[in-house]
Design a protein around this ligand. Structure first.
Ligand SMILES: Cc1cc2nc3c(=O)[nH]c(=O)nc-3n(C[C@H](O)[C@H](O)[C@H](O)COP(=O)(O)OP(=O)(O)OC[C@H]3O[C@@H](n4cnc5c(N)ncnc54)[C@H](O)[C@@H]3O)c2cc1C
Length: 484
């Protein structure tokens, strides 16, 4: 029995069905979970459009003239995009190409986002059904360690997986109204792009939405409670992205904690701690998640929750109740779809008696889909700099990479960490467009314990951004005494 049909739940269901188990998934809001319907998939679809806008804004530098041919038509006139907002904020810093000539059709964009999420959810449902998984569309709960109540039935199970996910945290005094004060699940219901968007919270989600809306054409203010944006990420990477944000006209308010958000007649006012106020047309709240673990009968069944309500699990996804496993955001263990899926699969392999390796969180590859993207895997720069990891590091800016020059970008770098002495690759950071695709090379090296010598002997295409990764590996081949 699996409670929750997000990646934690459906990936587990597929593995269990493959191994011949009789599997039932209980889901209250749609297969694919929040990941597919409201969080990961919709946001990355929105970002596909905002990234394209960035390319359009930079097109003139690459020798492309956007607009009517000389002597014909009127610039930007007659666009079929009814209700669209022009990219004026971005255009202020993006050259002539952006001025009203490339415009976002928000209703069409949001319709695309929602349709794509729905289609993806339908694909997940189809796949589960094809594998013989029974689906119950209902809210389920435990009635003891091996008993689930769902769809009006009391169902006994040899094993139960809790994968109920998490919900946006609500800041008291800043409750979303779905119109002007929003969480990220409500933003796709807006009739248009916000003209002046205040994003409260500069973690991964806040940074991604701030980056996307700036490129789409909103004037964005990012309210960050810390000194810099994305305080938990690689500091060099966060600095590059914050620099790009500011250069493109975003206002970034550091060390500013939002105390309250209220509606005005035609917008919102955000009051910061200390009394300063910021006004905009809309406010997007990205202040974290809380686990969806209430009212499920978990503690009554012997499942221990931590002080914030997350389910406590070990590295093979076992909870403290016999036969009850948990996966995904409800565990609070690295809130990523890939981690949720792996926790779910591990739970099934474990309960069905397969050989299983405990999850390796130090091998998780992750990306922040800002523009440029930040992709990371393995050990962190903090761990290396503090001496917690005995490693050497190299950082190569992309500004000298031939391919980066051709593509017309200069913000970004690759960073590689390797064990001192053995040269085994321990991790890396890539800041670049499509860094999410480039990180796989480093991920493979980390997973397979490859050395910098092996990586340096691997062919990279010329010219390519991945060439900077093999070059970074070459730099670390030098004798230890020379390494910096
Ligand atoms: C804006 C945003 C962008 C993100 N982008 C990325 C990304 O790019 N890459 C990435 O790896 N991760 C991303 N994430 C994180 C990712 O979405 C989550 O880690 C992932 O959704 C976790 O999967 P899950 O299965 O634990 O939960 P969910 O996807 O939340 O699914 C849980 C499901 O359980 C259902 N449910 C809850 N309670 C019950 C109940 N009692 N009975 C039955 N069903 C129930 C819910 O309705 C839901 O359908 C993003 C998150 C956010 C907020």
């Amino acid at each position: 029995m699996i409670l929750g049909g997000g990646p934690g739940g459906y990936e587990a269901a597929l593995v269990a069905a493959q191994l011949g188990a009789q599997v039932t998934v209980v889901d209250s809001d749609g297969l694919g979970g929040a990941c597919v319907l409201t969080d990961c998939v919709p946001s990355k679809t929105l970002i596909a459009t905002s990234t394209t806008m960035s390319v359009v804004h930079g097109a003139e530098d690459l020798g492309i003239r956007i607009g009517p041919p000389p002597g014909g038509g009127s610039p930007g006139g007659g666009s079929p995009g009814g209700g669209a907002v022009s990219g004026r904020a971005y255009a202020a810093s993006a050259g002539r190409a952006g001025r009203g000539l490339a415009r976002v059709d928000a209703p069409r964009l949001y319709a695309r986002v929602k349709a794509l999420a729905k289609a993806q959810s339908a694909d997940v449902e189809l796949r589960l059904s094809a594998e013989g998984v029974e689906i119950i569309n209902d809210r389920g709960a435990l009635a003891g360690p091996g008993t689930v109540i769902a769809g009006g039935q009391r169902i006994q199970a040899g094993a139960v997986l809790i994968a109920t996910g998490a919900m946006p945290r609500v800041l008291p005094g800043a409750e979303p109204d779905g119109e002007r004060i929003l969480n990220w699940r409500q933003i796709y219901d807006l009739p248009d792009l916000p003209t002046e968007l205040i994003v409260v919270g500069s973690g991964v989600t806040g940074a991604e939405f701030a980056s996307a809306y700036q490129a789409l054409g909103s004037q964005v203010t990012l309210v960050s409670s810390r000194e810099r944006v994305m305080p938990h990420e690689d500091a060099d990477a966060a600095v590059v992205v914050e620099d790009v944000f500011r250069r493109r006209g975003m206002t970034v308010l550091g060390r500013s904690r939002a105390a309250a958000v209220k509606r005005t007649r035609d917008g919102v006012v955000v009051t910061l701690e200390g009394g300063r106020t910021v006004r905009g047309s809309h406010c997007l709240l990205t202040v974290g998640m809380e686990p969806a673990t209430r009212g499920l009968g978990l503690e009554e069944a012997g499942v221990t929750l931590d002080s914030q309500g997350f389910v406590e699990v070990d590295r093979v996804s076992r909870t403290t109740a016999r036969g009850v496993y948990a996966a995904g955001d409800c565990t609070g263990v690295m809130m990523l779809a890939s981690v949720a899926g792996m926790q779910g699969r591990i739970a099934m392999w474990h309960t069905l008696g397969e050989a299983v390796q405990p999850i390796r969180l130090d091998h998780v590859a992750a990306t922040i889909f800002t523009d440029p993207e930040i992709a990371t895997v393995g050990v962190t720069a903090d761990a290396v700099e503090s001496g917690a990891e005995d490693a050497v590091a190299v950082k190569l800016p992309l500004v000298t990479n031939a391919r980066a020059k051709m593509q017309g970008f200069r913000d970004g770098f690759v960073k590689l960490f390797a064990r001192r002495g053995t040269g085994i690759v321990l991790g890396g950071v890539v800041v670049a467009p499509r860094a999410s695709e480039l990180i796989l090379g480093v991920s493979l090296a980390v997973e397979q314990s490859l050395t910098v010598d092996q990586m340096a002997h691997t062919f990279a295409v010329y010219p390519s951004l991945s060439g900077s990764l093999t070059e970074a590996a070459r730099r670390l081949m030098r004798p230890a005494g020379d390494r910096r």
